[in-house]
Structures are given as structure tokens and as C-alpha cells.
Design a protein around this ligand. Structure first.
Ligand SMILES: NC(=O)c1ccc[n+]([C@@H]2O[C@H](COP(=O)([O-])OP(=O)(O)OC[C@H]3O[C@@H](n4cnc5c(N)ncnc54)[C@H](OP(=O)(O)O)[C@@H]3O)[C@@H](O)[C@H]2O)c1
Length: 259
């Protein structure tokens, strides 16, 4: 029997790396994808040595033309069995909508939505043909509400959440479970890259990527359609059900302001 791989995009840092470690600890062979080839190589060597599992690093800019197809062709088309696909790679921008460079926002939409959709579409026939499999899309608590000053990011995560919940229902009676992981603010490089680190939202004690990954792993094993780590994050996703949408927008605008 061939190894059953877990493929994780954005595995060179943060939540993706913590998920990779969680899967490695639990003896899952790994395919790790990101642009930082050197980092991936180091992680692969470390995990192979420590956890005695095969790790295949794939250096790829997922927004490059044809990248999701390249990913499929260099894994499944080569005879690898991928049992779990985790669409984790993503990033945010921060600032007044018209002042944030348009190309950066379009690149965000491309990675967070189109690439995730294309990878899902290409891998689902392979996943659905197995006795048990998982497709995991990483959204955010941001997907439950509009996000002034991070408008495209919040909107992209609303798309990921909606798409994933719809797919979870489409495949509910099959061995493929579709899970949407919705972390709240988490201590990774994400905020620094988006220049949002000084926003109120990112002050105080944040969850670590390791805590998110440990919680997520259990939810993914159960096949939960929506996985929200931490009780307070769950509460934040319930509020939009009880408050008018303009009030939610105003509250999020306040949370996204610089402290
Ligand atoms: N941190 C938070 O507060 C938070 C909260 C909710 C949801 N999330 C979501 O969690 C996911 C992971 O974020 P994180 O916090 O772990 O951030 P992170 O540490 O910045 O990790 C992002 C990962 O995505 C990869 N990546 C970025 N652009 C890529 C591209 N074009 N092609 C391939 N890989 C790419 C990065 O690797 P390279 O740079 O090496 O390519 C890195 O491995 C994202 O979808 C994010 O939206 C984060």
C-alpha cells in the first residue's frame, strides 16, 4: 500500500507549519508547499529525522500561472496518494481600501480564493475515490463578518467559508469530509506581513499556531464542517447573528483601528 500523504499549502511558517508538525507527530507522510524552498527543505529534513515519515517539499508560488495544475501533476499524477489536502496559504492587506495597492489586493483574492478553489477542484476527484479523506480550507473568524480596512481579506474568507460549507454538504454522504478551519487572531508572521500588528485586534494574548493546529487536528479527524478554535472566537462568530450588520461593521472597524 502506498503512503497516504497530507498536503499542506503555506507550510513554511505559522499555522501551516504547526499543522505540518501536528500531522508529523501523528505519523502522516507530508507534502509541504510554499515559496520558501530553503525553509521547506530544512523542515523536511528535521521532520524525517524526528518523526520517521517521508516529507516531500514543493517550492511553488501558488499564484504563478498554472501552479495548482503543477501541484497536482507533481503529486497525484506521479502516483502519490493524497488523503488530506489543507488549503492554508493566504495573506492579508491592511489600510483604507483605495490606499492599499490594487495589485496586492488582487493577488490576495487570487491566492485566498481562486487558488484554493482550483486546488479543491483538481484534488476532489482523487480524494473522493478513497475510503476516507479530508479537504480542509483555512478561512478565519473574519469570514463571519465584514472587515473595514481589511475589506478584501474579510470578504475572501467569507468566500472560503461559504464555499467550504457548501462542499461539506455536497460530499456529506461520501467518505470525503470537507472542513473549514476558522482561527481567530493567532501569533504568526501574518500580522507583520500585513502591517496590521498594531491594530487593537492583535493586542493582548493571542492563540499560538501550535494551539490552533492541535485543536484543528481533532476537528479534522472528526470531519467537522466548521472548526473554530477557542470559546471567545466562537462567540465572535455568533455576534453577527444577533446584531444588525451595520453595527457589526462598526465594531470590527474599531477592532481593526491602531491601538
Ligand atoms: N494569523 C492569524 O491571525 C490568522 C487568523 C485567521 C486565519 N488565518 C489564516 O491562516 C492561514 C495561514 O496564515 P498564518 O497566520 O500562518 O500566516 P503566515 O505565517 O504568514 O503563513 C502564510 C503561509 O502561506 C505561504 N504563502 C504565502 N503566499 C504564498 C504563495 N503565493 N504561494 C505559496 N505559498 C504562499 C507562506 O510561505 P512563503 O512565504 O514561503 O510562500 C507561509 O507559509 C492564512 O490563510 C490566514 O489567512 C490567520
Amino acid at each position: 500500500m502506498s503512503d497516504h500523504y497530507t498536503l499542506i499549502t503555506g507550510a513554511s511558517s505559522g499555522i501551516g507549519l504547526a499543522l505540518a508538525k501536528q500531522y508529523a507527530i501523528n505519523k502522516h507522510p507530508l507534502i509541504l508547499v510554499a515559496r520558501s524552498g530553503d525553509k521547506l527543505q530544512e523542515i523536511a529534513i528535521e521532520f524525517e529525522k524526528k518523526y520517521h515519515i517521508p516529507v516531500a517539499p514543493i517550492t511553488l508560488d501558488l499564484t504563478a500561472p498554472g501552479a495548482p495544475k503543477t501541484l497536482y501533476n507533481s503529486t497525484v499524477a506521479q502516483g502519490m496518494t493524497v488523503q488530506t489536502v489543507i488549503n492554508n496559504a493566504g495573506f492579508a492587506t491592511y489600510g483604507p481600501f483605495h490606499q492599499v495597492e490594487l495589485n496586492r489586493q488582487l493577488n490576495l483574492l487570487d491566492l485566498n480564493m481562486r487558488v484554493l478553489t482550483e486546488i479543491s477542484h483538481r484534488f476532489i476527484p482523487h480524494l473522493a475515490g478513497q475510503a476516507i479523506s479530508r479537504l480542509v480550507n483555512v478561512a478565519s473568524t473574519a469570514g463571519f463578518m465584514p472587515g473595514p480596512t481589511m475589506a478584501t481579506y474579510y470578504a475572501s474568507k467569507a468566500y472560503v467559508l461559504s464555499l467550504s460549507e457548501a462542499l461539506a454538504e455536497e460530499y456529506r454522504t461520501t467518505p470525503l469530509a470537507v472542513c473549514c478551519l476558522c482561527p481567530g487572531t493567532t501569533d504568526t508572521d501574518f500580522a507583520k506581513k500585513a502591517n496590521v500588528g498594531r491594530a487593537r485586534l492583535f493586542q493582548g494574548k493571542l492563540m499560538t499556531a501550535e494551539q490552533v493546529a492541535a485543536y484543528a487536528y481533532i476537528g479534522i479527524q472528526h470531519g467537522d464542517p466548521v472548526i473554530i478554535p477557542c470559546f471567545m472566537n466562537k462567540v465572535s462568530t455568533w455576534l453577527p447573528r444577533f446584531l444588525p450588520r451595520n453595527v457589526i461593521s462598526r465594531l470590527v472597524a474599531g477592532a481593526n483601528e491602531q491601538a
